[in-house]
Design a protein around this ligand. Sequence first.
Ligand code: UD1
Length: 420
Amino acid sequence: MDKIVIEGGKPLQGEISISGAKNAALPLITATLLTQGKHIIHNVPDLRDTRTMLALLETFGVHWERDGATLTINTENIAGFEASYDLVKTMRASVLVLGPLLSRMGRARVSMPGGCAIGARPIDYHLQGFKKMGVELDLDEGYVDAQVADGLNGCTVYFDIPSVTGTENVMMAAVKAKGTTVIKNAAREPEVGNLVDMLLAMGADIEGRDTDKLVIKGVKKLKPAEITTIPDRIETGTYLIAVGAAGGKVKLKNCNPSHLPSLLEKLREAGLSITETDDTLEVSRTGSLRSIDFKTLPYPGFPTDLQAQTMALMSMANGLSVIAETIFENRFMHVAELKRMGAKIRVDGHSAIVHGNGGLTGARVMATDLRASASLVVAGLAASGVTEISRIYHLERGYEDLVRKLDKLGARIKKIKEEK
Ligand code: UD1
């Protein structure tokens, strides 16, 4: 297994380009299942998760090819409709094939995602929505077996909590359903908007993009689409936070600052200097870091996917920071590892109280989930001494070229084979 070794304390300098968003690319890829033909998706990051999703589509008979960041996906003939445990256990987002398969085949069998490192993460909202559309659901041997005999019917769905993949799944099921589907308290994340744009390009009739109410009028026919994946706002945020931690001055290109409203404000409050254009961000930190309090919330609130990285930053600030995690119940796995690097953090229920102590020291730590791993990289870049992060396959699920990009910014970072 590989590990990442970082010799911390070197400010970051230079410029890098942000990749396409993992969480946008995954639903765009599954949406190609909705109709026959050749779809083109630009700006697709080459990550473990996007490769897993393409491997899953291959099991249905889909052909695809990659040319740089552009994927051509041919969904002319599809045969299978089962997403196996082996694939779903490595990537929960595999459940995003449910909506498109039900729409096109009237049948889908998908392994139930189990609990994961950050909490129970059920898919009951997805299933409730399908049930209201007339789908018969059976749970057997850990699989959701979903079937609809006479096609899907439009319905009204209300989500207690705005679910990102739940909104995407129900919306994909609805585009060719009979009648109108209304999703109330829909997720407003930019990745949902990217999917709306793809479905519109396919000929769907959807109103309410970027609002909490999506109205989808079923259409008879869809056509293949060409779409560009939006920039990854979580990758963007992670590099901003990394500069906050290590210091220096960095320009991020091909990003979308308007997708990070809460983070940019919070980082400025913490003492970072940030200037933005439509598609670039320039960030620097020269002075000391100030402690900030924040709470994770659905978009446009503070993203849960940046909580761990910001906590690492706060452990280097001067003062007390209170961080509330309201999206996932168990998303503090990084705390124990950050403590090994000298962070002073106390978890109390859904909150973490961070006593910033000005600096961290390098240590051997273990990645536990995707964003927790990113927080260890942030910490390692700023810590004095050497940090070794093992189990980095988590990072490879979501950060394209992380080591190369940080190396380009002057970080002393390398990936090495871990000795047995
Ligand atoms: C997506 C993102 C993930 C991000 C999360 C929250 C993808 C592939 N992943 O995950 O990176 O951290 O949004 O921004 O886009 N819930 C239920 N029942 C459901 C669905 C959700 O109770 O059927 C709850 C969840 O447990 C959680 C909350 O709703 O507390 C939001 O989760 P959700 O938005 O669904 O997360 P994902 O779509 O899985």
